[in-house]
Design a protein around this ligand. Structure first.
Ligand SMILES: *Cc1c(COP(=O)(O)O)cnc(C)c1O
Length: 380
């Protein structure tokens, strides 16, 4: 089966009890036992729930892992993964990591003595220099947020194997529609299902997809022990989102290309970051590693803070809001919104200037989105 078919059928059986073609939402928090500890596979919904199992089955298949575990948020998934590390572990993380991931890493550094080193893992030279000392985890996003740098996943997996480290890939931006890190050898894939997998800005959720049954079992134990689990209704919403993932990702990419082209052609725009542009420094890697270039574009406006505000007020279709990956187009000002928790000095060192904007291009008509950005640029 090809991907567009698999998002609807793979790991998504028709309900054997009733024939329902949409997954039933099992709200029950507990399940009858015929005799003590004699049950039908479900005991208590923190430990396991049929609607959650449906989501986990579908996502595990799409990413090609031994299985998946669903969580109440992307950060809930990350926190549970971090619980699996022995104290004193060393993580080497890509430097322009998601702001909330950075905040949680720093918390673990202070509270639990994890060592976390950040490196520009998108640059082969910096990557090879950073990945010589022993490490327990290599943590990457690709494309990164908000600058759309790409990390060579196969090269990272090679280094991880050589160091005996666990390779973790946050695949939120690409989704399995565009990139499947476990096929490249990654050990754990993390998702904020809040974004493209949910796809409609109406659910907060997360997931871990795990390559081997042994690590899956350990993380499933922690999923139950920590308890950061999603509600059955939220699981249903993510499944519903996954069913249109393939067609939405194609539409997102078409919108993003139209927006990237308008931005690239404008004199008030300093730089445009989009892996689909031939001018992107890692365009060749994007072609090799991804099945499409995604829906996120960021751009550095050559203007003052007041000019950025005029631009944002001039947008009619793009809504100013955090988050990304849904049907409607959103725009974010990382320096004051999603990345405000990163100190200014580090933000600027990583290239997140006060003029940087991140566009999550929705599935509206690409021509309307391009016109919206063009008209707002005229107001800068
Ligand atoms: C949103 C996001 C997260 C965090 O997920 P939540 O669902 O908000 O907890 C992690 N990584 C990336 C890349 C994200 O965009």
């Amino acid at each position: 089966m090809r991907f567009s078919t698999r998002v609807i059928h793979d790991g998504q059986p028709v309900d054997p009890a009733t024939g329902a073609v949409a997954p039933p939402i099992y709200l029950s928090s507990t399940f009858r036992q015929r005799a003590p500890n004699v049950h039908q596979g479900y005991v208590y919904s923190r430990s396991g729930n049929p609607t959650r199992a449906f989501l986990e089955g579908a996502l595990g298949r799409l990413e090609g892992g031994a299985g998946a575990l669903a969580f109440s948020s992307g950060l809930g998934a990350l926190a549970t993964f971090l619980e699996s590390l022995p104290s004193g572990s060393r993580i080497v993380s890509v430097d322009d990591v998601y702001g909330g991931t950075w905040r949680l890493f720093e918390h673990h550094r202070r509270q639990f003595g994890l060592t976390i080193d950040y490196a520009d893992l998108a640059s082969p030279a910096a990557r090879d220099a950073a990945l010589t000392a022993p490490a327990d985890v290599i943590y990457v996003e690709s494309p990164t947020n908000p600058l759309l740098h790409l990390v060579d996943l196969r090269a990272i997996v090679r280094r991880a194997r050589a160091l005996g480290a666990v390779a973790v890939v946050d695949n939120t931006f690409a989704t399995p529609a565009l990139q499947r890190p476990i096929e490249a050898g990654a050990d754990v894939v993390l998702h904020s299902t809040t974004k493209y997998l949910g796809g409609h800005s109406d659910v907060v959720g997360g997931a871990l997809v795990v390559r081997t049954p042994e690590r899956l079992e350990r993380l499933a134990w922690l999923q139950n022990a920590v308890g950061a689990v999603p509600s059955p209704f939220d699981c249903y919403l993510v499944v519903r989102g996954i069913r249109t993932l393939a067609i939405r990702m194609r539409a997102h990419a078409e919108s993003a290309r139209a927006v990237a082209e308008v931005l690239s052609a404008h004199r008030k725009v300093r730089t445009v970051h989009y892996p689909g542009l031939a001018s992107h420094p890692q365009h060749a890697l994007a072609r090799r590693q991804m099945d499409g270039f995604g829906g996120i574009v960021s751009a550095d406006l050559a203007t003052t803070a007041a000019g950025v505000r005029r631009f944002l007020r001039g947008l009619a279709i793009f809504t100013l809001a955090e988050s990304l990956g849904a049907v409607e187009s959103l725009v974010d000002h990382p320096a004051s919104m999603t990345h405000a928790s990163v100190p200014r000095r580090e933000r600027e060192a990583h290239g997140i200037s006060d003029g940087l904007l991140r566009f999550s291009c929705g599935i509206e008509d690409p021509a309307d989105l391009a016109a919206d950005v063009r008209l707002a640029l005229a107001k800068v």
